[in-house]
Design a protein. Structure first.
Length: 283
């Protein structure tokens, strides 16, 4: 079985060209299925898959009842796995053929107001907390995912013109994110002061860990007295929301965020919708 999983891993990396995080998630999901069923992959039926998903949905496998998005990811992982086995001739039929994804209810993402973002960033002292202030500024002004911020290299920064190059994973074109002039002096000061060698935000020879950035954000939220459940991704949501509110074309926002599908970006249109409702209240 380990040989099959190793070959599947190479298929994900070199044929499907998935990112490292996706490969790890797919392998973890497949191992969970195999551990639960404890049978040869050739003997796994659609009924087995349905029983596994039922147990997963009830919270019997991971201790809690997962969200629809988690179940959908498991289905994607298992579908890819059995498609690979089918193509490789390991199985004669695919038990995932008629397994459907759950209907996912889209939650409007939480976001900060522009004043709250300003207060959050300014809660860090530029002289004594330059690294924290710069990291949180880039999360917002670059619309970055926390993984993108942590893995960003010094070579990914351009000052003339000011932009960030963001790696988008294997097989996908990197995206260029322009930086507003207001954040450039802060970033220059940070680079000159800390002189990072490889990664923009380093911890020894490695890049800073996401949990560290998460802790910085939580500390800033506390200092700024923001009464919302804020995490690093909230700054990315805020970035997109503020762009839409300023009338930026949704296709441009899609490219800045690096979304593959426009439908993912369209959830930020709730801002314009809310403004319409607020407008008619004054009639």
């Amino acid at each position: 079985m380990e040989e099959i999983l190793e070959n599947f891993k190479e298929y994900l990396e070199h044929v499907r060209r998935h990112s490292d995080n996706t490969v790890k998630a797919y392998l973890k999901d497949v191992r969970k299925l195999l551990q639960y069923l404890n049978k040869d992959v050739k003997n796994i039926s659609r009924k087995d898959i349905e029983e596994f998903l039922k147990a997963l949905s009830k919270g019997e496998l991971i201790g809690v009842s997962p969200k629809e998005t988690t179940i959908s990811r498991y289905i994607s992982s298992l579908s890819t796995f059995f498609n690979y086995l089918d193509l490789s001739g390991v199985v004669s039929s695919n038990p995932m053929e008629r397994i459907r994804h759950p209907r996912i209810r889209r939650k409007i993402p939480d976001f900060l107001t522009e004043d709250e973002v300003k207060n959050l960033i300014e809660s860090f002292d530029e002289e004594n907390e330059l690294k924290q202030k710069t990291a949180i500024s880039l999360l917002y002004y670059g619309g970055l995912r926390i993984s993108e911020l942590c893995s960003m290299r010094v070579s990914d920064i351009s000052f003339l013109p000011p932009f960030l190059r963001v790696e988008m994973g294997k097989g996908r074109k990197d995206r260029l994110v322009p930086l507003p002039e207001r954040v450039v002096p802060l970033l220059k000061k940070y680079i000159d002061s800390f002189e990072p060698k490889i990664y923009v935000f380093e911890n020894g020879k490695k890049h800073v860990h996401p949990s560290t950035v998460f802790r910085w954000v939580k500390e800033g939220v506390k200092r700024a007295n923001i009464k919302k459940d804020v995490h690093p991704h909230t700054l990315r949501h805020s970035y997109a929301t503020h762009l839409i509110r300023r009338g930026v074309n949704i296709k441009v926002v899609q490219e800045l965020l690096g979304h593959t599908n426009l439908s993912t970006t369209s959830i930020y249109l709730h801002v314009a919708d809310q403004e319409k409702f607020d407008a008619v209240k004054n009639l």
